[in-house]
Design a protein. Sequence first.
Length: 407
Amino acid sequence: MACASLHQRGPMPQQAGIGQGILVVLAGFLPILAIVALAPAVPRIMAQFADVPGAATLVPLLVTAPGLMIALTSPLMGWAIDRYGRRRLLLAATLLYGIVGVAPYFLQDLTLIIASRLALGIAEAGILTVTNTLIGDYFAHNQRRTWLTVQGLVGPIFGTSVVALSGYITAVSWNASFLIYAVAFPIFLAMLFYIYEPAIAEQKEARREEAQQFPWGPVLLTSGVTLFSATLYYVYIVQVGLAFTEIGVSSPQTIGLLISVASIGVFLGAALFQWLSGRFTGPQMVCIYLLLLGGGLVGIGLAADQKIMTGFAFVQQLGAGIAIPALVLWAVSKIPAEHRGRGMGIWSACFFMGQFTSPLFVTAARDFAGDMQGAFTLLGVVALLGAVVTFLCLLKYRPAPVADAQH
């Protein structure tokens, strides 16, 4: 009888642990490398291709092209994940990332380099979508909070380290920074042993009625809020140097130092997320980080000296440290496992689309306000209004306890 019972139940599903968590965190950082690894190398790449017509436009495009491809192809990646499985696509995307990421080191043609960067963006779309999906597949709600906190804490450390390494090796050769992408190869090898396909088929069978329809309502809500948040999130990243310049800080070294001091807020915000996510729902955390983002942007816009501006930049960065893990946690908790790949693909597309919508809104705000600080103030008010709208919605529609589509 016992044997029959065991046979009916089948093998116990595999349980994710520290190995899977570490790999998901490390792989999730790979898309960030696309920008930070090349930031110190742009001047030398520009000088290398100075004789190429349109190089002043093409070289910056070389840096941002992967983000555009993430925005365009993430929904397709999400569909592929749900149809063909997580592990297979993650392995393929990571291997492709390593190959096309390193390829520009061996290329001398700017067009081919840009083509390789477009292919890199496709690989990053797969990696980002799968890793966000696996956070939901592998872990229960409290474990997701923990690993998203770890991701938020180590991200700034990795980013700073990669920028420093890139600056050092770029001094050796204009294309040496592309070798940093080879880090994908040992991660790929580790994935072969630690990444497994989650038991989505069994979960789908248990939820047969719910599995018939894709949850468009929750996906469009979380993705729409993500696009709005990402548009505001990138305002600081791209434009804060200009804001410091407007108050008379002309030294690049001083601007870099002040931005580094303010960036401590990202680290502390990620740590604060762990506490907040155990006490507040997704919409409540949206309200909190929009208040911090908006307050910080308004303060930067109104600041008269570098100390005040740095202080408000810290506030903005505190909100930024909360924003991404809060958005991911909210999104994965609203999507059933059998639809999670497609849902997180749409989420990824919306977040990276914010890279492209943000400069457009900044330009419009700057034209309206007259200078960059005015643009910061105006967009900060928009963020605060978003927090007010979220708060009013919370009063009208009391959110249900955080759902867990898997557990």
